[in-house]
Design a binder for this molecule. Structure first.
Ligand SMILES: Cc1cc2nc3c(=O)[nH]c(=O)nc-3n(C[C@H](O)[C@H](O)[C@H](O)COP(=O)(O)OP(=O)(O)OC[C@H]3O[C@@H](n4cnc5c(N)ncnc54)[C@H](O)[C@@H]3O)c2cc1C
Length: 378
């Protein structure tokens, strides 16, 4: 029997969960959003939002505010380790001609804009609330959810937007787990050198790659992609000292960036991981979206874009009033191939960065083909 989706629980209020909530609210669906953090803040690292991410954000009405808090750009520069210019390439406008090709921003700006929009959307937001169990009784009965405070409630659909270490994924018996791609990343946030006007990537240096992106008129983030070592293996040295050391050998604006690093600098270190679920991203009426379903290393800077696109598409399909099972099948049709392409190509690019002498390695070609697909409809 047909069973339309009237009331949805979204678990996780990051990019995927927030955009899905906004899109569902636009289409008249009742949403409860449960976010386990109490203050819904995000630690502050930089993020690159490409045109297709901006297009998805525009569809849920927040692109202007996100753009106002960031630094848009339309080109990328490739450099040798000493800072010499190899190539300057215009970026394709993946979001169409009315949006910038891309922008740098800080995650907390993006999250602030999304959270405020979710609050204004009429969704019921429950902060400090996780989910301990989900039970789909099948047929038309919906899903029974046990929250971390012991309360239970029923929903027509549960959306697990709870990130790469998703609890919901485990609860519905999907076995795939994130795996290291063999690299780690140091990321720092700091003042923008005046000459930094777009993303720049440095190849051929002592580490796999280095780069930076302006995030506002005053600020930027910079990163070093390095071997995958446990941070403990470096001893108990402070992160800014380590990043300063690991960035030696990179020139150009890196001299200015290093000079700005100190004990107060916001620095993050983590292994780069990928996750791909081979089959459907749902079991019964419990669906995974965003990093919970597909996560990629940032070689194409597409993780948040895929998360946002998932959210937009889910809202559109639910708004059409179709039976939930049909919506889930349509969702997989529209999302799986595209997200899978992003994960596979990002992992391939990571492999070529690990072993640049690999016969047939063609990073620019693969990036170009990926961008051509991403510029298309989803
Ligand atoms: C080093 C690095 C650099 C990156 N750079 C870029 C980039 O430049 N551009 C880009 O597009 N992408 C980038 N990404 C990827 C991007 O960050 C992710 O793809 C994106 O944040 C995924 O969003 P999400 O909403 O799916 O997950 P998340 O942002 O992880 O959000 C999940 C949310 O769920 C909440 N949660 C978790 N468990 C529970 C639970 N049990 N109950 C309730 N709430 C829960 C969490 O608190 C969190 O708020 C990068 C990733 C990494 C690791």
């Amino acid at each position: 029997m047909a069973h339309p989706t009237r009331r949805v629980l979204v678990v996780g209020g990051g990019t995927a969960g927030s955009v899905a909530t906004l899109s569902m609210r636009q289409h008249g669906v009742d949403v409860v959003l449960a976010e386990r953090q109490t203050n819904w803040s995000t630690v502050g690292h930089g993020i690159t939002l490409q045109g297709n991410a901006l297009r998805a954000l525009q569809q849920v009405g927040v692109a202007d505010e996100v753009l106002a808090a960031g630094y848009p750009w339309d080109r990328v520069r490739f450099r040798s380790a000493d800072g010499g210019l190899i190539n300057e390439m215009p970026m394709p406008p993946l979001g169409g001609p009315d949006l910038p090709a891309g922008m740098g921003s800080m995650r907390f700006h993006l999250q602030r804009v999304l959270s405020e929009a979710v609050d204004a959307s009429g969704a019921e937001v429950r902060l400090g609330k996780g989910v301990d169990d989900v039970l789909d009784d099948g047929a038309d009965e919906g899903v029974s959810v046990t929250f971390s405070d012991g309360s239970t409630e029923r929903f027509d659909l549960v959306v697990g937007a709870d990130g790469i270490r998703s609890t919901i994924r485990g609860l519905i018996g999907i076995q795939e787990q994130p795996e290291s791609v063999g690299m780690a990343i140091f990321r720092m946030e700091g003042p923008r050198p005046a000459a930094m006007t777009c993303s720049e990537l440095f190849y051929g240096g002592p580490r796999y790659k280095a780069g930076f992106t302006p995030t506002s008129q005053d600020r930027m983030y910079a990163y070093i992609i390095d071997e995958d070592r446990r941070i403990e293996d470096y001893g108990d040295r402070p992160l800014h000292e380590l990043m300063m050391e690991r960035s030696q050998g990179y020139g150009g604006l890196w001299d200015e960036i290093r000079a700005s690093m100190g004990a107060e600098t916001l620095i993050d270190y983590r292994t780069l991981e990928a996750l791909q679920i081979r089959g459907a991203w749902h079991r019964g009426r419990v669906l995974l979206i965003g990093d919970a379903a597909h996560a990629c290393p940032p070689m194409l800077a597409q993780g948040a874009a895929m998360a946002a696109e998932d959210g937009v598409v889910l809202g559109e399909l639910l708004g059409a009033g179709n039976d939930t099972e049909k919506v889930l099948a349509q969702f997989m049709d529209r999302r799986q191939r595209r997200a899978q392409m992003v994960v596979e190509n990002s992992v391939q690019l990571a492999k070529w960065e690990l072993a640049p002498e690999t016969p047939g390695a063609d990073a620019p070609g693969l990036m170009g083909r990926s961008m051509a697909v991403l510029a298309g409809p989803y």
